[in-house]
Write a protein that binds this ligand. Structure first.
Ligand code: SAM
Length: 253
């Protein structure tokens, strides 16, 4: 259950600096002139804005790997998009800790070139609190790779794609951004396609476009780098891929 999970009350409350320390907003160095806040009496303790600043990072997280598992995709994204901050979100404590530990190790092994500073993993139930982490239109991509299939009819409400969640994904992904899905379960693939196609904010990407540019790179990466995708490849299983573009919000008449 969720009672042990903690969430920021809003995206502004989120302590991103602890996850991406290399991108933390720097406090002025000793002796350097601090930006003077005229409205603040001398000696007054840090105000809310200062506290918020201390938790901030210099660029926004733009890619989310939802249900990231053991982090294979996340590590590949770090290299594929070195200038982008990516976050893995995972509900299982031990799995989250495994990924965090691996990121720590990779960062220290690569200290001289600052590699792997652009990825992090946090524990969350993404079905419930996504807008607590991300502002409206903050993300450019969400990955849903090999989500748990929940085969039985009465378990379908546990799937991480639903009409409600399509709306929530549309809130956090900017127009022009994408949701990438992959699964080896045909029924789940059709379920995901049906829900995204049935939602006005999403249009399916097809044909040549799936192979070109950043979309092509993301499709190739998720098809080979997640732990599940490797397992399916080993077993000669079939992989079903679907990509959806976040379309512009309709203009109000
Ligand atoms: N994406 C990885 C891959 O392709 O190898 C892992 C796939 S695994 C089958 C599904 C993962 O989603 C599990 O690690 C599970 O703990 C996680 N998960 C399930 N429901 C979740 C939720 N509501 N929020 C976050 N993670 C969730």
């Amino acid at each position: 259950s969720d009672h042990a999970l903690t969430y920021p009350k809003s995206p502004a409350e989120m302590n991103w600096a602890s996850l991406y320390p290399a991108y933390a907003v720097k406090k002025p160095a000793e002796g350097e002139k601090e930006k003077v806040d005229e409205s603040r009496a001398e000696g007054q303790v840090a105000n809310e804005e200062d506290q918020r600043q201390a938790r901030s990072i210099t660029k926004d997280v733009e890619i989310a790997d939802i249900g990231c598992g053991f982090g294979g995709l996340l590590f590949a994204l770090s290299t594929a998009f070195p200038d982008t901050l990516s976050i893995g979100m995972e509900i299982r404590i031990s799995v989250t800790e495994y990924v965090q530990e691996k990121i720590r190790a990779l960062r220290s092994q690569n200290a001289e070139n600052q590699a792997y500073q652009n990825i992090a993993c946090l524990r969350a139930n993404t079905m419930k609190f996504l807008p607590n982490f991300f502002r409206k239109h903050q993300l450019r991509a969400i990955f849903l790779c090999f989500p748990d299939p929940h085969f039985k009819q009465r378990k379908h409400k546990a799937r991480i794609v639903s009409s409600t969640l399509c709306a929530e994904y549309a809130f956090v992904v900017r127009p022009g951004g994408y949701v990438y899905t992959i699964t080896d379960v045909r029924d789940l693939h059709e379920w995901m396609v049906g829900h995204f196609e049935g939602h006005a904010s999403w249009a399916r990407v097809e044909g040549q476009e799936l192979e070109e540019g950043e979309v092509g790179q993301c499709v190739a990466t998720m098809s080979t780098e997640t732990e599940e995708s490797k397992k399916v490849t080993r077993n000669n299983g079939e992989k079903f891929v679907a990509v959806f573009r976040r379309v512009e919000d309709p203009a109000w008449p």
